[in-house]
Write a protein that binds this ligand. Structure first.
Ligand code: COA
Length: 160
């Protein structure tokens, strides 16, 4: 499964903004409109770069993923949001898109030595998916009580 990531911009926003979660998943992730809005106001501060991207299987958008980082740092890199459209979940897109987002960060910011993320405590699919991709719990909670994970060392180098 070969997916491509492309920034959400004026050429693809209509299809990207139509990406929807399944009923009940809305609390797990920002809508694509909200993710782009938070990027445009630089939610986390002027030194952070937000990159909202559409996930493509061929010509079709199947989801979106947003990275967030301080590119001057080695360790302040995040996969901020990922959503596979309700119609396309459970087909391997989430795992493949995560791997693409990790590779995007490593190639765009070669000094990146750690990638972090978190998920809603009740998000069982995310809680299984991230450790299976090499992320380890840090033991910290971020935001509103979300367990934090990090990908670093040999587990990160595997994607480089
Ligand atoms: C989490 C998410 C991105 C995963 O994407 P996906 O395309 O559905 O997942 P994949 O098909 O790549 O499967 C990844 C793993 O989850 C498991 N999985 C997927 N859907 C599942 C379901 N409905 N029930 C149980 N397990 C499921 C798969 O079995 C797979 O594990 P495996 O590789 O060991 O078999 C997607 O479910 C999603 O968009 N959820 C709503 C938004 C969200 O929660 N985002 C994450 C915020 S932290």
């Amino acid at each position: 499964l070969k997916l491509r990531l492309r920034k959400i911009d004026r050429s693809n926003w209509q299809e990207a903004f139509a990406i929807r979660a399944k009923p009940g998943q809305e609390r797990f992730v920002a809508t694509p409109v909200m993710s782009v809005a938070l990027a445009s106001i630089r939610q986390h501060g002027d030194h952070y770069v937000h990159t909202p991207m559409a996930i493509y299987d061929g010509a079709r958008i199947v989801g979106y993923v947003t990275t967030l980082c301080d590119p001057e740092s080695a360790d302040d890199y995040w996969i901020d949001d990922i959503l596979i459209d309700a119609r396309y979940q459970g087909k391997g897109y989430g795992r493949a898109a995560m791997a693409e987002a990790i590779r995007f960060a490593l190639t765009t910011w070669p000094r990146c030595a750690q990638i972090r993320l978190s998920h809603h405590p009740e998000n069982r699919i995310a809680a299984r998916l991230y450790p299976s991709m090499g992320f380890r719990p840090t033991g910290r909670l971020v935001g509103s009580g979300q367990p934090e994970y990090q990908l670093s060392g040999a587990a990160l180098e595997d994607y480089r």
